[in-house]
Write a protein that binds this ligand. Sequence first.
Ligand code: MN
Length: 234
Amino acid sequence: MLGTNTATHWAGRAPLPTTPTGARPSQPYLLPELGYDYGALEPHISGRIMELHHRRHHAGHVKSLNLALTQLDAARANRSFLRLAALERTLAFNLSGHVMHSLFWRNLSPQGGGMPGGALAAAIDRDLGSFGAFQRQFNATGASVTGSGWAALVWEPLGRRLLVIQIYDHQSNLVQGSVPLMVADAWEHAYYLQYHDRRADFFAALWRLWDWTDICARFEAAQRPRSISPEVED
Ligand code: MN
């Protein structure tokens, strides 16, 4: 389901006013609205999980990344870079968490499930063997996350191929320059209230929710030159 609320667009930035000098002051990132109710993904994901995940976990990343940006502003102004490495790590963790969760919400739909068609289906067959082989690799990628992380289907623009990758936390083990198309949260907070230690069952349930309209649109956008944004125009 593509987003409809531009005021809280997932990219998370309010409209940028132009100052008299033409400079655009930076704006805080915003928590996006979901395109569906918290309970809309039941029975596959409980409303309570969705509410906590969005209102607490995702919101926490937005708050922390805005704070990190403020602290970086102060560090530059004060020429005080003693805490710079920690601040930049905090920024990478929380901004990546914001991007990943924003993408995850839009990859899912109450009307999701089934299989993709068109160019994405052909690329999956070419690069990953078959849709079934892709499903098995994606599930195994999620199941084998140690600690916290994600499974992701990405477009790798240098070799022009699809890859399945495992991401540690929100920001590590990435393939540089690759474009995330479809991401699955393997952190325990994503499933534990409902699935307990059965993460594989959670990953199996996600196949009833994937919004192939959204994922195919991201795939098509990723083919375009210089498009490294996971955003898809409505
Ligand atoms: Mn999460």
